[in-house]
Ligand binder design. Structure first.
Ligand code: AHM
Ligand code: MG
Length: 346
Protein backbone atom coordinates (compact mmCIF):
# COMPACT_ATOMS: atom_id res chain seq x y z
CA UNK A 1 0.00 0.00 0.00
CA UNK A 2 1.38 3.38 -1.00
CA UNK A 3 1.20 6.22 1.49
CA UNK A 4 1.91 9.20 -0.71
CA UNK A 5 3.08 12.23 1.18
CA UNK A 6 2.33 15.87 0.53
CA UNK A 7 4.74 17.35 3.08
CA UNK A 8 8.15 18.31 1.74
CA UNK A 9 10.88 16.43 3.60
CA UNK A 10 14.45 15.87 2.42
CA UNK A 11 16.12 12.58 3.26
CA UNK A 12 18.73 14.40 5.31
CA UNK A 13 16.05 15.90 7.55
CA UNK A 14 14.28 12.53 7.80
CA UNK A 15 17.50 10.80 8.88
CA UNK A 16 18.35 13.50 11.41
CA UNK A 17 14.84 13.36 12.90
CA UNK A 18 14.95 9.56 13.16
CA UNK A 19 18.34 9.82 14.86
CA UNK A 20 17.16 12.47 17.34
CA UNK A 21 14.40 10.09 18.41
CA UNK A 22 17.15 7.81 19.79
CA UNK A 23 18.32 8.92 23.21
CA UNK A 24 22.01 9.73 23.32
CA UNK A 25 22.49 9.69 19.54
CA UNK A 26 25.63 11.58 18.60
CA UNK A 27 24.70 12.49 15.03
CA UNK A 28 27.39 10.20 13.67
CA UNK A 29 24.92 8.00 11.78
CA UNK A 30 23.45 11.09 10.07
CA UNK A 31 26.93 12.13 9.00
CA UNK A 32 27.67 8.65 7.68
CA UNK A 33 24.47 8.75 5.61
CA UNK A 34 25.26 12.27 4.39
CA UNK A 35 28.48 10.89 2.87
CA UNK A 36 26.64 7.89 1.39
CA UNK A 37 24.04 10.19 -0.18
CA UNK A 38 26.80 12.18 -1.86
CA UNK A 39 28.07 8.95 -3.46
CA UNK A 40 24.54 8.04 -4.54
CA UNK A 41 23.95 11.45 -6.12
CA UNK A 42 27.21 11.14 -8.05
CA UNK A 43 26.43 7.61 -9.25
CA UNK A 44 22.93 8.71 -10.26
CA UNK A 45 24.42 11.57 -12.28
CA UNK A 46 26.83 9.20 -14.06
CA UNK A 47 24.08 6.64 -14.73
CA UNK A 48 21.74 9.31 -16.08
CA UNK A 49 24.43 10.51 -18.52
CA UNK A 50 25.62 7.01 -19.53
CA UNK A 51 26.04 7.05 -23.30
CA UNK A 52 27.44 10.58 -23.19
CA UNK A 53 30.24 10.13 -20.70
CA UNK A 54 32.26 7.04 -21.71
CA UNK A 55 31.07 4.89 -18.81
CA UNK A 56 29.50 2.12 -20.91
CA UNK A 57 31.32 -1.09 -21.82
CA UNK A 58 33.73 -3.34 -19.99
CA UNK A 59 37.02 -2.94 -18.14
CA UNK A 60 39.92 -5.34 -18.68
CA UNK A 61 39.19 -7.25 -15.48
CA UNK A 62 36.92 -9.89 -13.99
CA UNK A 63 35.73 -9.76 -10.38
CA UNK A 64 35.98 -12.31 -7.58
CA UNK A 65 32.84 -14.00 -8.93
CA UNK A 66 34.51 -14.51 -12.32
CA UNK A 67 32.19 -11.96 -13.93
CA UNK A 68 33.32 -9.32 -16.41
CA UNK A 69 33.55 -5.95 -14.68
CA UNK A 70 31.74 -3.11 -16.44
CA UNK A 71 33.18 0.40 -16.36
CA UNK A 72 30.17 1.65 -14.46
CA UNK A 73 30.59 -1.14 -11.84
CA UNK A 74 34.09 0.12 -11.16
CA UNK A 75 33.17 3.79 -11.27
CA UNK A 76 30.33 3.25 -8.77
CA UNK A 77 32.60 1.19 -6.50
CA UNK A 78 35.29 3.90 -6.54
CA UNK A 79 32.75 6.67 -5.96
CA UNK A 80 31.41 4.97 -2.82
CA UNK A 81 34.93 4.29 -1.55
CA UNK A 82 36.04 7.91 -2.12
CA UNK A 83 32.95 9.27 -0.37
CA UNK A 84 33.20 6.91 2.60
CA UNK A 85 36.88 6.28 3.39
CA UNK A 86 37.72 9.53 5.19
CA UNK A 87 34.59 10.42 7.21
CA UNK A 88 35.80 8.70 10.39
CA UNK A 89 32.49 6.80 10.74
CA UNK A 90 33.51 3.40 9.33
CA UNK A 91 35.99 0.79 10.52
CA UNK A 92 35.81 -1.42 7.42
CA UNK A 93 33.85 -1.86 4.18
CA UNK A 94 33.10 -4.75 1.83
CA UNK A 95 31.93 -4.55 -1.77
CA UNK A 96 30.70 -7.07 -4.28
CA UNK A 97 33.43 -5.78 -6.59
CA UNK A 98 36.33 -6.23 -4.17
CA UNK A 99 37.77 -9.64 -3.32
CA UNK A 100 39.14 -8.61 0.08
CA UNK A 101 37.75 -6.43 2.85
CA UNK A 102 38.23 -2.73 2.15
CA UNK A 103 40.26 -1.17 4.93
CA UNK A 104 40.14 2.49 5.94
CA UNK A 105 43.38 4.19 4.77
CA UNK A 106 45.86 4.66 7.63
CA UNK A 107 45.67 8.47 7.57
CA UNK A 108 41.94 8.54 8.44
CA UNK A 109 40.11 7.85 11.69
CA UNK A 110 38.12 4.64 12.21
CA UNK A 111 34.54 4.72 13.44
CA UNK A 112 31.91 2.40 14.85
CA UNK A 113 30.05 1.43 11.67
CA UNK A 114 30.53 -1.18 8.93
CA UNK A 115 29.36 -0.62 5.33
CA UNK A 116 28.61 -3.36 2.81
CA UNK A 117 27.56 -2.54 -0.74
CA UNK A 118 26.82 -3.73 -4.23
CA UNK A 119 27.83 -0.59 -6.14
CA UNK A 120 25.99 -1.36 -9.37
CA UNK A 121 23.40 -4.11 -9.34
CA UNK A 122 22.19 -5.49 -12.66
CA UNK A 123 25.45 -5.14 -14.55
CA UNK A 124 24.11 -7.02 -17.59
CA UNK A 125 21.56 -4.23 -18.08
CA UNK A 126 23.96 -1.25 -17.97
CA UNK A 127 24.73 -1.10 -21.67
CA UNK A 128 21.13 -1.49 -22.80
CA UNK A 129 19.56 1.36 -20.82
CA UNK A 130 17.54 -0.89 -18.51
CA UNK A 131 17.04 -0.23 -14.78
CA UNK A 132 20.05 -0.80 -12.54
CA UNK A 133 20.63 -0.10 -8.86
CA UNK A 134 22.92 0.33 -5.86
CA UNK A 135 22.43 -1.63 -2.63
CA UNK A 136 23.89 -0.94 0.81
CA UNK A 137 23.78 -2.32 4.28
CA UNK A 138 25.07 -0.86 7.57
CA UNK A 139 26.04 -2.64 10.80
CA UNK A 140 27.57 -1.61 14.10
CA UNK A 141 31.05 -2.95 14.52
CA UNK A 142 31.24 -5.81 16.99
CA UNK A 143 34.95 -5.75 17.79
CA UNK A 144 35.34 -3.70 20.94
CA UNK A 145 38.45 -1.78 19.85
CA UNK A 146 36.85 1.40 18.55
CA UNK A 147 40.03 2.93 17.19
CA UNK A 148 41.49 -0.05 15.35
CA UNK A 149 40.68 -1.53 11.94
CA UNK A 150 37.47 -3.46 11.51
CA UNK A 151 37.83 -7.21 10.95
CA UNK A 152 36.09 -10.07 9.22
CA UNK A 153 34.08 -10.58 12.41
CA UNK A 154 32.60 -7.10 11.99
CA UNK A 155 31.51 -7.89 8.46
CA UNK A 156 30.25 -11.47 8.87
CA UNK A 157 27.17 -10.63 10.93
CA UNK A 158 23.73 -12.11 10.28
CA UNK A 159 21.35 -9.80 8.42
CA UNK A 160 19.14 -9.46 11.51
CA UNK A 161 21.87 -7.21 12.95
CA UNK A 162 21.67 -4.61 10.17
CA UNK A 163 20.91 -1.18 11.56
CA UNK A 164 20.04 0.27 8.15
CA UNK A 165 19.61 -0.95 4.60
CA UNK A 166 18.69 0.68 1.35
CA UNK A 167 18.67 0.39 -2.38
CA UNK A 168 18.68 2.98 -5.09
CA UNK A 169 16.74 2.24 -8.24
CA UNK A 170 17.88 4.12 -11.34
CA UNK A 171 14.59 3.66 -13.18
CA UNK A 172 12.10 6.10 -14.65
CA UNK A 173 13.29 8.26 -11.76
CA UNK A 174 16.05 7.72 -9.21
CA UNK A 175 14.48 6.44 -5.99
CA UNK A 176 16.04 5.48 -2.69
CA UNK A 177 14.17 2.87 -0.68
CA UNK A 178 15.42 3.01 2.87
CA UNK A 179 14.89 1.54 6.33
CA UNK A 180 16.47 1.76 9.75
CA UNK A 181 14.06 -0.82 11.16
CA UNK A 182 11.27 1.69 11.57
CA UNK A 183 9.31 0.95 8.38
CA UNK A 184 10.30 1.61 4.79
CA UNK A 185 10.25 5.03 3.18
CA UNK A 186 10.85 5.97 -0.45
CA UNK A 187 12.68 9.12 -1.47
CA UNK A 188 12.63 10.36 -5.06
CA UNK A 189 15.56 12.34 -6.40
CA UNK A 190 14.90 15.78 -7.81
CA UNK A 191 18.01 16.49 -9.91
CA UNK A 192 17.08 20.14 -10.33
CA UNK A 193 17.61 20.80 -6.62
CA UNK A 194 19.97 17.89 -5.90
CA UNK A 195 17.77 16.50 -3.13
CA UNK A 196 16.02 13.24 -2.33
CA UNK A 197 12.46 14.09 -1.23
CA UNK A 198 10.14 11.78 0.70
CA UNK A 199 7.56 10.43 -1.76
CA UNK A 200 6.07 7.31 -0.10
CA UNK A 201 5.98 6.84 3.65
CA UNK A 202 5.92 3.56 5.61
CA UNK A 203 5.02 1.41 2.63
CA UNK A 204 3.37 -1.98 3.19
CA UNK A 205 3.40 -4.54 0.44
CA UNK A 206 0.34 -6.67 -0.49
CA UNK A 207 0.09 -10.06 1.24
CA UNK A 208 -0.19 -11.73 -2.13
CA UNK A 209 0.46 -10.68 -5.70
CA UNK A 210 -0.15 -11.87 -9.24
CA UNK A 211 3.41 -11.80 -10.62
CA UNK A 212 6.32 -14.19 -10.33
CA UNK A 213 9.83 -13.23 -11.28
CA UNK A 214 12.56 -15.77 -11.99
CA UNK A 215 15.08 -16.60 -14.72
CA UNK A 216 13.05 -19.42 -16.22
CA UNK A 217 15.83 -20.12 -18.71
CA UNK A 218 17.44 -22.10 -15.89
CA UNK A 219 14.42 -24.37 -15.37
CA UNK A 220 16.06 -27.51 -16.82
CA UNK A 221 18.49 -27.31 -13.86
CA UNK A 222 15.82 -26.88 -11.16
CA UNK A 223 14.67 -29.59 -8.81
CA UNK A 224 11.21 -31.11 -9.33
CA UNK A 225 9.53 -29.30 -6.44
CA UNK A 226 10.51 -25.92 -7.82
CA UNK A 227 9.33 -26.92 -11.29
CA UNK A 228 5.96 -27.94 -9.79
CA UNK A 229 5.67 -24.59 -7.99
CA UNK A 230 6.28 -22.58 -11.15
CA UNK A 231 3.86 -24.80 -13.15
CA UNK A 232 1.27 -24.24 -10.41
CA UNK A 233 1.64 -20.46 -10.69
CA UNK A 234 1.06 -20.69 -14.43
CA UNK A 235 -1.99 -22.96 -14.19
CA UNK A 236 -5.37 -21.15 -14.26
CA UNK A 237 -7.44 -21.61 -11.08
CA UNK A 238 -11.23 -21.52 -10.67
CA UNK A 239 -11.01 -18.52 -8.35
CA UNK A 240 -9.00 -16.62 -11.00
CA UNK A 241 -6.12 -16.14 -8.57
CA UNK A 242 -3.89 -17.88 -11.11
CA UNK A 243 -2.28 -17.81 -13.65
CA UNK A 244 0.35 -15.38 -12.43
CA UNK A 245 2.11 -13.10 -14.90
CA UNK A 246 5.84 -13.47 -15.45
CA UNK A 247 7.99 -10.36 -15.09
CA UNK A 248 11.79 -10.55 -15.16
CA UNK A 249 14.15 -7.63 -15.64
CA UNK A 250 17.38 -9.34 -14.55
CA UNK A 251 18.25 -6.58 -12.07
CA UNK A 252 17.33 -7.74 -8.58
CA UNK A 253 16.57 -4.17 -7.48
CA UNK A 254 14.12 -3.64 -10.32
CA UNK A 255 12.46 -7.03 -9.89
CA UNK A 256 12.22 -6.51 -6.16
CA UNK A 257 10.97 -2.94 -6.38
CA UNK A 258 8.07 -4.02 -8.59
CA UNK A 259 7.38 -6.91 -6.20
CA UNK A 260 7.27 -4.55 -3.22
CA UNK A 261 4.92 -2.13 -4.95
CA UNK A 262 2.56 -4.64 -6.61
CA UNK A 263 3.08 -7.83 -4.58
CA UNK A 264 4.15 -11.29 -5.77
CA UNK A 265 7.43 -13.16 -5.56
CA UNK A 266 10.96 -12.70 -6.89
CA UNK A 267 13.29 -15.68 -6.79
CA UNK A 268 16.84 -16.62 -7.55
CA UNK A 269 16.80 -20.31 -6.63
CA UNK A 270 19.59 -22.84 -6.38
CA UNK A 271 20.02 -25.05 -9.41
CA UNK A 272 22.25 -27.92 -10.50
CA UNK A 273 25.07 -25.61 -11.63
CA UNK A 274 24.67 -23.11 -8.76
CA UNK A 275 23.83 -25.04 -5.57
CA UNK A 276 23.61 -21.76 -3.61
CA UNK A 277 21.93 -19.71 -6.32
CA UNK A 278 23.55 -16.57 -7.68
CA UNK A 279 22.79 -13.69 -5.37
CA UNK A 280 25.21 -12.63 -2.69
CA UNK A 281 24.05 -12.87 0.91
CA UNK A 282 25.90 -9.84 2.25
CA UNK A 283 25.38 -7.37 -0.60
CA UNK A 284 22.00 -8.42 -1.99
CA UNK A 285 19.98 -10.92 0.07
CA UNK A 286 20.39 -9.36 3.54
CA UNK A 287 19.60 -5.71 2.71
CA UNK A 288 16.71 -6.70 0.45
CA UNK A 289 15.37 -9.05 3.14
CA UNK A 290 15.46 -6.32 5.80
CA UNK A 291 13.56 -3.93 3.53
CA UNK A 292 10.96 -6.50 2.54
CA UNK A 293 10.33 -7.62 6.13
CA UNK A 294 9.97 -3.99 7.17
CA UNK A 295 7.38 -3.59 4.40
CA UNK A 296 5.41 -6.60 5.73
CA UNK A 297 6.82 -9.19 3.32
CA UNK A 298 9.05 -12.22 3.74
CA UNK A 299 12.49 -13.38 2.59
CA UNK A 300 13.65 -16.98 2.69
CA UNK A 301 16.28 -19.21 1.15
CA UNK A 302 13.50 -21.72 0.57
CA UNK A 303 13.81 -23.18 4.08
CA UNK A 304 15.25 -20.58 6.45
CA UNK A 305 14.65 -16.90 7.08
CA UNK A 306 17.39 -14.99 5.24
CA UNK A 307 18.04 -12.60 8.14
CA UNK A 308 18.84 -15.49 10.52
CA UNK A 309 21.53 -17.02 8.33
CA UNK A 310 25.12 -16.86 9.56
CA UNK A 311 27.45 -15.94 6.73
CA UNK A 312 30.66 -17.97 6.45
CA UNK A 313 32.46 -15.73 3.97
CA UNK A 314 31.99 -12.24 2.58
CA UNK A 315 31.09 -13.32 -0.94
CA UNK A 316 28.84 -16.23 0.06
CA UNK A 317 25.77 -16.79 -2.09
CA UNK A 318 22.28 -17.84 -1.06
CA UNK A 319 19.11 -18.91 -2.84
CA UNK A 320 16.45 -16.21 -2.43
CA UNK A 321 12.64 -16.33 -2.38
CA UNK A 322 11.39 -12.87 -1.49
CA UNK A 323 8.15 -10.93 -1.66
CA UNK A 324 4.56 -11.10 -0.44
CA UNK A 325 4.16 -13.22 2.68
CA UNK A 326 1.58 -15.65 1.30
CA UNK A 327 3.53 -16.15 -1.91
CA UNK A 328 6.80 -16.91 -0.10
CA UNK A 329 5.02 -19.27 2.33
CA UNK A 330 3.49 -21.06 -0.63
CA UNK A 331 6.90 -21.37 -2.34
CA UNK A 332 8.38 -22.85 0.85
CA UNK A 333 5.52 -25.36 1.08
CA UNK A 334 6.15 -26.51 -2.50
CA UNK A 335 9.89 -26.79 -1.86
CA UNK A 336 9.15 -29.05 1.14
CA UNK A 337 7.15 -31.23 -1.20
CA UNK A 338 3.77 -30.18 0.28
CA UNK A 339 1.83 -29.38 -2.86
CA UNK A 340 -0.63 -28.24 -3.71
CA UNK A 341 -0.83 -26.31 -0.42
CA UNK A 342 -3.98 -26.87 1.67
CA UNK A 343 -5.07 -29.66 -0.67
CA UNK A 344 -6.00 -27.06 -3.28
CA UNK A 345 -6.23 -28.54 -6.74
CA UNK A 346 -3.30 -27.47 -8.86
P1 AHM B 1 25.30 -8.18 -10.48
O1 AHM B 1 25.26 -7.65 -9.08
O2 AHM B 1 26.69 -8.56 -10.91
O3 AHM B 1 24.64 -7.28 -11.46
O4 AHM B 1 24.51 -9.61 -10.52
C1 AHM B 1 23.31 -9.77 -9.86
C2 AHM B 1 22.16 -9.74 -10.82
C3 AHM B 1 20.88 -9.46 -10.09
O5 AHM B 1 20.62 -8.09 -10.07
C4 AHM B 1 19.85 -10.21 -10.92
O6 AHM B 1 18.74 -10.58 -10.12
C5 AHM B 1 20.62 -11.39 -11.40
O7 AHM B 1 21.98 -11.00 -11.41
C6 AHM B 1 20.23 -11.81 -12.77
O8 AHM B 1 20.91 -12.96 -13.12
P2 AHM B 1 20.57 -13.80 -14.43
O9 AHM B 1 21.08 -12.98 -15.56
O10 AHM B 1 21.30 -15.08 -14.23
O11 AHM B 1 19.09 -14.00 -14.50
MG1 MG C 1 24.20 -7.32 -7.61
Amino acid sequence: MRMRVSKLVTIERHIAEEEHAHKGASGEFSRLMRDMLLAIRLISRDVRRAGLNDVLGITDGTNVHGEQVKKLDMLAHDTIFRAMDHGGHLCVMASEESEELIMIPPEYARGKYVLLFDPLDGSSNIDVNVTIGTIFSIYHRVTPDYVGDGTLEDVLQPGSRQIAAGYVCYGSSTQLVYTTGNGVDIFTYDPTIGEFLLSDEKIQMPNRGKCYSVNEGNSSKWDDNLKKYIDYLKTPSADKRRPYSLRYVGTSIADLHRTIMYGGIFMYPADKSNPKGKLRMMYECNPLAMIVEQAGGMASDGVHRILDKRPGSIHERSPLFIGSKDDVLEAEAFLRGEFPPGGEEA
